[in-house]
Design a protein around this ligand. Structure first.
Ligand code: ADP
Length: 731
């Protein structure tokens, strides 16, 4: 399954975008937080300033009220108030710089009918020129004594009831016995001024009670012009503020501006506050506005700087990451390309190595490579098997002879290290077909190897050596066998040939004598000579026949088919026992037990049984009838073991195995004719069928020969076509 690869460009873009988004978010977020803090700081500043301004207004107003309360108390304390007393009490007010205060006046009540009496009573107190000017026909309240403040003179004789605002304040003060503040109105004394100079004003009215009985005398009335009253103070408390407005109700209950300060240069009014200020029986409203930017800490520009800085840093960081990531991607793709190439080369190399290994593993010749230090770098399984040692030699080439058990071709002389093919090849020599015997625990009988070696460049110019080990054990055995074979054949043929030649000459001479008229003895001699010649020829013929059989037993193609062993044995027995040379007394007594059908080569198997039955008859003492038992036993694996037991002369102890070697004749059998090839033929045939043949003494005398045919028993009825079995190759 192939994993979908993310394009490096997209990955870099994704990482950079992520960093950009996070960076921008952080920068803007921090900027926003700082901005919020600034706004909060601005609000707090505005709150503080509003509170301070309101407090200042409140304090100033109370200063006026307290002053008027003191004056009212001082006036009430006079038993017979005169103009001089009044002036003495009120004149110090001028020094108090009560901004906006126009005059402080004593106002006394008078009913409509009491105007003349009241006027007279105050004239009696020394105010001789006093003229009271009643307004309307209701109750009146006349100013009788007055002191001008702030360079303003006071006017007496005015009826305060002519204006609703002061009239209401007087009534309230009298009712509550407390100082009352009037609604906003234009002072009566300002009515003569042009309208643009008239100010919204107010009056404070304090009730005056006289004597121990606290009889009501009238009111102390303090008129105050709004703008003058508050203008200076608002200017003092207002730095940083744009607009300050003091508002109060007028007589109609409408909120009107009593005083205001305006600083147009202070920017826009984006912060606004309204603070209510209780004044006596009324409540004023102080409205403030400011430009946030003028308040300290409220608009530092820091949030913008931080956000902009953050964005710039993010931009730089994003660029840096883009460069880094794409650079990393480029480096990675270069590494990937190099790795892919390397992997492809590695795959090709390992495929080559695998192929080489497979070839080396599959060939029967051993291959070994050594490095410059004489240690094996490589060897195939065949080399291991041929050298017969699982472990490598420790100690370099010097230890090889001991470790592997290496001998010269004679099998006894230790192989000199310096002559070993690999050692010579390590020295730069090419060596071919050096015979060497390996004998150790794995190969106790020794293996003959033909070794060829070449110098080879192992790695980095270092010289090593490679050797090929070819197992020639079988070839050498065949060669040895052939040599012995040739000797024996030469010897065995020479004897009958000499015999034939000698008797041939004898017969020739006898024939010459007969021709010359020799008598019967010479004829008899010629006849005997001819018989000997024929005997010699027969011996030679038998030897040649058996030599051919011996060769055929090894080389002939194995033709396996289903056959009845019983029929085959019966045929051999009949042929052998019906031979004309058997006298009646020595006719073989043969017992044949049950025999199975088998898969085998019928010609070769017949040869085995014929040889064994023939030997059993042949190697029986003269005059004694041969006794032969032929039986068979099958095993669970479908193999059969055939046993041929006789009561003959037996084989001397220690020679039971050797009789199967070619030309070997046991020491007690030489009186009987033979070549010593029969049992060797039997062994070859049995082994080519995958079986084994052996001989042993028959208890009570004689010999038991037994051979096996593994997995060859045929069960059930004979099929139409016999199965094809694997042929056992010739040894
Ligand atoms: P040959 O019979 O031609 O000598 P064989 O190979 O058949 O050769 O037998 C080898 C030797 O084994 C014989 O020479 C003989 O000494 C001995 N031998 C074979 N079969 C028997 C037997 N049944 N009883 C005694 N000795 C035997």
């Amino acid at each position: 399954m192939s994993r979908r690869r993310v394009q490096p460009w997209w990955r870099a873009a994704a990482v950079s975008a992520l960093v950009a988004v996070v960076g921008c978010t952080l920068a803007l977020g921090v900027g926003a937080v700082l901005r919020r803090n600034e706004l909060a700081a601005g609000d707090a500043q505005m709150d503080r300033r509003s509170t301070a301004a309101a407090t200042a207004v409140k304090i100033e107003t109370h200063r006026y009220i307290d002053t008027l309360r003191n004056v009212a108390a001082a006036v009430g304390a006079q038993q017979d108030l005169t103009a001089a007393d009044f002036a003495a009490i009120t004149t110090p007010l001028r020094a108090m710089a009560l901004a906006g205060a126009t005059s402080v006046t004593l106002v006394v009540p008078a009913g409509n009918r009491e105007v003349a009496r009241v006027q007279q009573s105050w004239r009696d107190r020394g105010l001789t020129g006093l003229v009271l000017r009643p307004h309307g026909s209701g109750d009146h309240a006349f100013s009788v004594l007055g002191t001008g403040l702030n360079a303003t003179s006071s006017t007496v004789g005015l009826d305060m009831m002519q204006a609703a605002a002061p009239a209401a304040a007087l009534a309230e003060a009298r009712r509550s016995r407390q100082i009352a503040v009037s609604d906003t109105y234009h002072l009566i004394i300002d009515r003569s001024l042009p309208p643009e100079r008239r100010q919204n004003s107010f009056a404070l009215a304090a009730p005056v009670y006289q004597g121990a009985e606290q009889s009501f005398l009238g009111w102390m009335l303090l008129g105050v012009r709004g703008q003058d009253f508050m203008g200076a103070m608002l200017t003092a408390v207002g730095p940083g503020l744009r607009d300050l407005t003091l508002e109060a109700d007028d007589a109609d209950g409408l909120l009107v501006t009593m005083a205001s300060v305006h600083h147009p240069e202070a920017g826009s009014a984006d912060l606004r506050r309204t603070v209510e200020i209780p004044v006596a029986n009324s409540t004023w409203a102080l409205r403030l506005s400011a430009d946030r930017r003028t308040l300290p800490g409220a608009d530092t520009g820091q949030p913008l700087t931080v956000a902009a800085g953050g964005l710039v840093v993010t931009l730089l960081l994003t660029s840096l990451i883009w460069v880094l990531v794409t650079g990393r991607q480029r480096a990675r793709s270069r590494v990937h390309a190099a790795t892919s190439k390397l992997a492809a080369e590695q795959t090709a190399a390992s495929r080559q190595a695998g192929l080489l290994r497979a070839v080396l593993d599959s060939i029967s010749d051993g291959v070994g490579v050594i490095g410059p230090d004489g240690n094996f770098l490589l060897h195939n399984p065949a080399a291991r098997g041929l050298l017969g040692q699982e472990e490598d030699a420790v100690g370099g080439t010097d230890s090889w002879q001991q470790h592997f058990g290496l001998y010269r071709a004679d099998g006894v002389t230790a192989f000199p290290v310096e002559e070993m093919p690999l050692v010579r090849a390590l020295g730069g020599e090419s060596v071919d077909h050096v015979e060497m015997v390996v004998r150790n625990n794995t190969h106790p009988d020794g293996r003959v190897l033909s070794v060829s070696a070449r110098p080879v460049d192992t790695s980095g110019g270092l010289r090593g050596a490679v050797a090929v080990f070819h197992d020639i054990t079988d070839r050498k055995r065949v060669e040895t066998e052939l040599r012995g074979f040739a000797g024996v054949v030469a010897h065995d043929l020479k004897a009958p040939l000499t015999l034939v030649s000698a008797y041939g000459e004898l017969v020739t001479e006898a024939l010459d004598d007969l021709a010359a008229g020799a008598g019967a003895p010479t004829l008899e001699q010629a006849r005997k000579g001819t018989a000997k010649v024929l005997h010699g020829a027969a011996r030679m013929q038998r030897l040649i026949t058996e030599l051919l059989d011996y060769t055929a037993a090894r080389d002939a193609t194995l033709r396996v088919e289903r056959l009845s062993m019983r029929a085959l044995v019966d045929d051999v027995v009949v042929t052998r026992t019906d031979a004309p040379d058997h006298q009646a007394v020595s006719r073989p007594d043969v017992f044949v037990g049950p025999l199975p059908d088998v898969y085998a080569d019928p010609v070769l198997l017949r040869q085995v049984i014929d040889n064994l039955v023939g030997n059993a008859i042949k190697y029986t003492p003269p005059g004694q009838p041969p006794r032969i038992d032929i039986t068979a036993r099958t095993d669970e694996d479908g193999g059969v073991r055939v046993r041929i037991a006789d009561r003959g002369i037996g084989i001397p102890d220690g020679e039971h195995a050797a009789v199967f070697d070619s030309f070997h004749r046991a020491s007690n059998g030489t009186a009987h004719p033979g070549t010593g090839l029969g049992l060797a033929i039997c062994r070859r045939i049995v082994e080519r069928h995958g079986g084994h043949i052996d001989a042993g003494p028959n208890p009570g005398g004689g010999t038991i020969f037994a051979f096996t045919l593994p997995g060859s028993v045929a069960y059930g009825p004979e099929p139409v076509e016999a199965p094809v079995l694997d042929a056992v190759p010739a040894s």
